[in-house]
Design a protein around this ligand. Structure first.
Ligand SMILES: Cc1cc2nc3c(=O)[nH]c(=O)nc-3n(C[C@H](O)[C@H](O)[C@H](O)COP(=O)(O)OP(=O)(O)OC[C@H]3O[C@@H](n4cnc5c(N)ncnc54)[C@H](O)[C@@H]3O)c2cc1C
Length: 473
């Protein structure tokens, strides 16, 4: 390495597969030092902060924009996720459930098109992030009971406003043409899902916005938010508009963590699979896959022929975000066993990487894009594990809201102006209540899974789960 000041290997590359694909990583961008003025200050250099900066600059090139990142670009979930780019929003029904069908269809069209739009922007801007639109399978792949779960989910998607063309049922034979699960009973094919390498995207996006004139300061943790001013230990940015883009990494900054808490999610990556193994697994279109379990699991075939697979989040007492990336052997083994249970052809395959991070869960269980004109404070997040595509849509929306553009996006039900996050998002309950509730939900879901595994239905547990779902409304 010739210029060790500029480039250094990233420690995260030892456990995070995506980080390992970045051959050279710029060493820290300069810290914020002293007091500066800007038009927009953005806190957090993940997808939300960077997409917001990108669209602001594209729409209004004269704006002076400063991004403050506590660690490195992509330190949060954006550099660590499973790489699914989903044409849906987690919690969409909470925004549009009561609207007339025509409007619901329109909103579903916006979130579905967002996937194609991401592909177009990456191509136009020359960001090579292994974007591949292969669709996704939501399969009944292990137990017969999963057929009904997935059928219900498909019905829900159509009721919501997703088209038959975008989401349709595959019978066992059609499913087997796409992937060879242990017991592929059938499943949903969702056409509007792509996959990508998130570390390449976040790194490429940061370089792109810098080329457009945005300043990014790393190791510059915002410690205080005053009226139109954000301070770090070594300086401050004075700006009429401040964007908080910290999602599941808000920590002690301002009061965002009272409304959006971090939930951990852990991921593994296999070694590159041989051609023979891929023959046995299928997935030639490099699609994404998941099976029906409330203990969510999701995977996809990477550009270099591995499987990246994530499953089962958890919540840490005190809502601490996961700063480090490493995860333990037991956590890796559990995910490996689940993956092999889904795809038995992977028996004996080596797991090369295992890592984790935090995603943001809003107390309203739906994502938001908010710009409070009165205070000049904007924020977006609460994507609940579906933020790769959503952060693009919401960053773009924030740019429209901040620039007061009367666009279709600015009129979507998840876009809010003239109110603060405090008015729009409920506060999470105090500890240990939310930790105890999270434990109870996790154990009852695990119990449900174990009963399904033994071919038994779980009416009592369903009632327990429904009860918890109702008290957290
Ligand atoms: C393991 C895992 C798997 C996932 N898989 C998927 C998936 O497959 N598909 C999908 O759609 N979504 C997935 N997600 C969710 C998705 O990654 C996130 O929703 C999305 O990346 C959020 O982007 P963001 O920019 O809002 O937040 P982040 O990427 O979390 O960025 C927030 C940034 O703010 C910085 N920050 C925090 N506090 C401060 C401060 N005080 N000052 C300055 N900076 C600060 C942090 O360091 C961080 O870099 C996953 C998440 C995880 C953790």
């Amino acid at each position: 390495m010739t210029d060790s000041r500029k480039y250094a290997m990233h420690d995260d590359a030892r456990c995070n597969f995506w980080a390992s694909t970045l051959a050279e990583q710029p060493t820290s961008r300069p810290r914020l030092a002293g007091n500066v003025q800007a038009d927009v200050a953005i806190v957090g250099a993940g997808f939300t902060g960077l997409w917001t900066a990108y669209y602001l600059k594209r729409l209004s090139p004269e704006l002076a924009i400063v991004v403050l990142e506590a660690e490195r670009v992509g330190h949060g979930a954006s550099g660590r996720n499973g790489g699914w780019v989903v044409g849906n929003l987690a919690g969409l029904e909470r925004h549009i459930g009561d609207l007339p069908l025509k409007e619901r269809r329109d909103c579903c069209g916006v979130v579905a098109d967002n996937v194609d739009e991401i592909g177009r922007v990456l191509a136009r801007e020359g960001i090579a992030a292994d974007f591949n639109k292969g669709g996704a399978l939501y399969a009944a792949a292990r137990y017969r009971d999963q057929i009904a779960i997935q059928r219900d989910y498909l019905h829900h998607l159509h009721e919501l406003g997703h088209s038959e063309e975008d989401c349709h049922w595959l019978d066992a034979e059609q499913l087997a043409e796409k992937a060879h699960f242990r017991d592929g009973y059938g499943g949903i094919y969702h056409r509007q899902v792509a996959t990508l390498n998130p570390a390449k995207l976040v790194a490429g996006l940061a370089e792109l916005v810098e080329r457009l004139g945005v300043t990014i300061h790393e190791h510059s943790r915002a410690t205080e938010l005053g009226r139109n001013v954000v301070s770090t230990h070594e300086g401050s940015v004075e700006a009429p508009t401040v964007v908080c883009a910290t999602e599941g990494y808000a920590d002690r900054f301002h009061d965002f963590k009272r409304h959006v808490i971090p939930v951990q999610s852990l991921v593994i990556a296999t070694e590159p699979l041989s051609d023979a193994t891929w023959q046995a697994v299928g997935m030639s279109e490099r699609l994404a896959f998941s099976d029906a379990s409330r203990l969510i699991n999701y995977g996809h075939r990477t550009a270099d022929g591995r499987i990246v697979f994530g499953a089962r989040g958890n919540y840490r007492l005190g809502a601490r975000p996961k700063a480090d990336q490493a995860i333990g052997d037991e956590a890796i083994r559990m995910r490996r066993d689940l993956l092999v249970d889904l795809l038995p052809a992977l028996e004996g395959v080596r797991i090369d990487y295992g890592w984790g991070g935090s995603l943001g869960l809003s107390r309203n269980f739906r994502p938001h894009a908010i710009f409070d004109h009165t205070s000049g404070l904007a924020t977006a997040g609460g994507y609940a594990g579906e933020g790769v595509a959503a952060s693009h849509l919401f960053g773009r929306t924030l740019a429209d809201l901040i620039l007061e553009r009367d666009t279709h996006l600015a009129r979507m039900p998840w876009a809010f102006t003239n109110a603060s996050h405090r008015q729009l998002i409920k506060r999470w309950e105090a500890e240990p209540l939310r930790w105890l509730a999270a434990q109870a939900i996790t154990y009852s879901y695990a119990g449900e899974e174990s009963l399904m595994r033994r071919g038994k239905s779980a009416p009592l547990l369903k009632r327990v789960n429904d009860y918890f779902a109702s008290i957290i409304e």
